[in-house]
Design a protein around this ligand. Sequence first.
Ligand code: SAM
Length: 310
Amino acid sequence: MKPVFQTALGQIHEGDCLEVMRGMSDETVDLAFADPPFNLGKDYSSGINDNLSDEAYVSWCHRWLNEMVRVLKPGGSLFVWNIPKWNVHLAAHLNSHMTFRHWISVDIKYSLPIRGRLYPSHYSLLYYVKGSKPSSFHPDRIPTPCCRHCGGELRDYGGYKDKMNPLGVNLSDVWTDIPPVRHAKYKKRDANALSLKLMDRIVNMASDPGDLVFDPFGGSGTTYIAAELNGRRWVGSELDCQTIIARFKDLDGDKIHLEDIHKNKNVLFTKADLLHRKKSGIPLPSAYRVNGEVDDECACNTDTGVAAIA
Ligand SMILES: C[S@@+](CC[C@H](N)C(=O)[O-])C[C@H]1O[C@@H](n2cnc3c(N)ncnc32)[C@H](O)[C@@H]1O
């Protein structure tokens, strides 16, 4: 199948993902990610039936999962984004083909409270590897959560505050910092679009520059944008590619957004938190760094005289 759109790094195919994957060679992909329809009866511009019987939906998922496992290289990583109801079935299937790494809970409310049920408040992100260990694993470090008003830390680190790694806190398997997609520029975007911050985190955690990233369910193309702007090669499929092509033709908003995401990871405090702390007179730990280097523009460090790490 010929791609409908390509860049120097990637290409998107308009068509059924199973057909596209059948054209892909075994063990060629470094990182595979899937965010399929959730079978919740939603309308998609591609007109798919999102209201299958439970059995039909799970068996369709098994078919594309088998293909994703086949195209992954040994050491390649697979991530599957879905609601817990379906990911328990998909995990059970994957357990016979791959090595389980994590069930990551991403704290986002996605439905209204229902009487007699708990309020659905997390998406499940399955993380598997082909073989025993991943070829790439570089999890982001994240800023310590701070008060939006004064910039003070919200967590008590048991007296070890001053010993905290200036590059941020270890990433856990519960992600509470993924915002819903609400960037002004993206107001009109497909409501199914995932956050660029989420895809940037996955791409950087489980691949290296030049690696090949694959996503069978393109949607608005967030995976491909994260891959392209992080220097990864990428390939994808989608039944209706118009939104993806339009998004690639006007990348400025995504570039600015990604720069901002990169500035606010691998640091212990974001710039905004440093400014809040300065205003409210909260002293800083003895060392900190902003985006990997000392930030001379940030007035906080001159005033508090903290030691900076080169
Ligand atoms: C939940 S959306 C993906 C959103 C995407 N992750 C993003 O951030 O924009 C699922 C997408 O899968 C596409 N899709 C559904 N069935 C498909 C199939 N058999 N082959 C290719 N794409 C399919 C739908 O058209 C829809 O755009």
